[in-house]
Design a protein around this ligand. Sequence first.
Ligand code: ADP
Ligand code: MG
Length: 340
Amino acid sequence: VPSPGRRAIRELPDELISQIAAGEVVERPASVVRELVDNALDAGATQIQLKLMAGGVRAIVVEDDGLGIPLEELPLALKRHATSKIRSLDELESVATMGFRGEALAAISSVAEMAVLSRFDGAPHAHRLDARSGELQPAARARGTSVEVRELFFSTPARRKFLKTDATELAHCVEAVRRHALARPDVGFTIWHEGKLVEQWRAASSEARLKDVLGEDFMAESRPVFAESGPLRIYGRAGLPEAARSRADMQYVYVNGRYVRDKLIAHGIRSAYEDVLHGHRQPCYVLFIEIAPDRVDVNVHPTKIEVRFRDGREIHQKVRYAVQDALALSRSAAAEAPAP
Ligand code: ADP
Ligand code: MG
C-alpha cells in the first residue's frame, strides 16, 4: 500500500527514458528485425542477410550492402532523435524513407547488447562501434552495414518473460521480412537461423517475388487487381473466395510501399467479398496503394503500421471496387470458358 506522503518530482535519467521509449518500439525480436531491415532499405541495400539465434532472442544480425555510415557519424547513429532522414517539419510531410524518428537504434541498444559495423561508400575500411562500451575499432567488411543485436531484454527480465518459444519468435521474424520482401522484389533477402538457411528470396520481378514468398497456390487462386484514378493507384492480387482461410494470416496492404494494417482498407476489401465469403472465412490478398503523400499520414504510430487518410471514404470505395472488379473478372472468365 503506497504511503500517503508524496514523492518529489524528479527528471528521469536518460537511460530509463530510452528504456521506456523502447517499450513502444521493441516488443519482440521481430520488431528489431523490422527496424533493421527498414534501415538497410533506406540505405539503398540490394542484398539483405539476416542471421538469427534462438528465434532472435540470443542474436539478430542484419547485414546489408547499402551506403554505410561515415565513421564520424557512427556514434550519432545510436543516439536518440538522431537521424539522417529528415531535417525539418516540411520534410516530415513528404518523407519517403521507412524510418525517420531516429529512435530505433537507440531504443534497441537500451534493451539489448548492440554493435554497429559499417563501411561507408568509398571508405578504406570498416569500423565497429560497441554500443555499451562506446569502443570504436577498425574492422573488415565490404561496403555496407551490419547491426548485431544480442541478448534482447537481458536487462528487463519481466519483458523477456513475455517472449514465446524460439519457433514462434522465429516465425514472427520471418513474417517481418516477408512483409518487406513483398514490397521490394528488387532486393534479395536471405534468412538464417542457427546456421540453417530458412528463406532465400532472390531479386526478381514483382510477380516472381509474390510467387516465391506466397507460393504457387496463392498465385493460382488469386487474380490481379488494378485500378487507377488520378494519382491514386491500387494494384496487387486478390485471392479467390475458395482460397479463403480460417485465419487472417495472408493479408498484406501497403501504402506508398509501407506495410500497414488499416481498418478502413481492410473493411473496404472485406466488403468486396461480402457476397462470396460467408462466416469467418478470411480472404487472402496483397494490395499496394499508391497515393499522393499529402493525402495520407503514415506517422500516427511509432511502429509505423497505422495510417490516416484525408479522403477515407473515397479510398474505402476505390479499394472495394478494385477488388470487386478483380473477382468479377475471374467469375466472368470462368463462365465464358468453354466446357471441357
Ligand atoms: P531512423 O531510421 O529513424 O533515422 P535509426 O535509429 O533507425 O533512426 O537510425 C539512425 C541513423 O543511423 C539513420 O538515420 C541512418 O543515418 C543510420 N543508419 C542506421 N542503420 C543504417 C544502415 N543499415 N545503413 C546506413 N545507415 C544506417
Ligand atoms: Mg530506422
